[in-house]
Design a protein around this ligand. Structure first.
Ligand SMILES: [Zn+2]
Length: 218
């Protein structure tokens, strides 16, 4: 049982296929990725990485199972190591699958998410929360990708993940207020949490509920 939708599964396979096609056009460069089908977990993308110091496995709902392979390690060696961690991969895949079924509504809404609508919706919430709590944020940008829900720059610019438009509104409000507080307090020290919790007393509880949506959607 794969936690990925049929479309994502096929995209994963197709990406591997496209890569092979590109490779044949530039035969002198060493291969930088390969897809192996691992027993019981399906396709796993192995990617050579100049930054990776050791083999690192990630399981993400939107990108499937990936293995970052240090340049000096061969794909066969990386495959052998990944096979030795098959138990962990299976458990994590099952975990993501459970998160996706518990967050089914958000997962379905994310599949037909329109960035413009998401932006309008999030911009309105940002405006309302800024007004209610006395913040004056800079420009808002709404992006579709990545594994962060939001960020705030020193100058007050706020970036929000478009997927916030599909999570329960109280969790989106938590992220937006979190970023508004960052326009005044950097980092996550006691001063940050004191200010955030003075405005949203259950902020930490919302933060932990949001984790399941990260697993289901990222
Ligand atoms: Zn933060």
């Amino acid at each position: 049982m794969t936690p990925f939708s049929g479309r994502e599964y096929h995209r994963l396979v197709r990406e591997g296929g496209n890569f092979e096609q590109r490779r044949s056009e530039t035969p002198t460069r060493p291969k930088s990725s390969r897809t192996f089908i691992l027993d019981g977990v399906g396709p796993v993308l192995f990617e050579k990485s100049r930054r990776a110091r050791r083999i690192s496995l990630t399981v993400r709902a939107s990108r499937g199972i990936r293995v970052a392979v240090p340049w000096r390690v061969s794909f066969q060696e990386a495959r052998r190591i990944a096979l030795s961690r098959l138990g962990w991969i299976r458990r994590t895949v099952a975990h993501v699958g459970r998160a996706r079924s518990r967050c089914r509504e958000a997962v379905q809404a994310a599949e037909c998410l329109d960035r413009r609508t998401a932006r309008a919706n999030l911009s309105e919430r940002l405006g309302a929360l800024a007004l209610e709590h006395g913040y004056s944020p800079g420009r808002l940008s709404v992006r579709c990708q990545g594994t962060v829900w939001g960020s705030a720059s020193r100058s007050g610019r706020i970036q929000l993940n478009a997927l916030l438009a599909v999570v329960p509104p109280d969790l989106a409000d938590y992220v937006i207020l979190h970023e508004l507080v960052h326009t005044r307090v950097r980092g996550h020290g006691p001063a940050f949490w004191a200010e955030l919790e003075s405005r949203m007393s259950d902020a930490r509880r919302r933060q932990s509920r949001l984790r399941e949506y990260s697993q289901a959607l990222f």
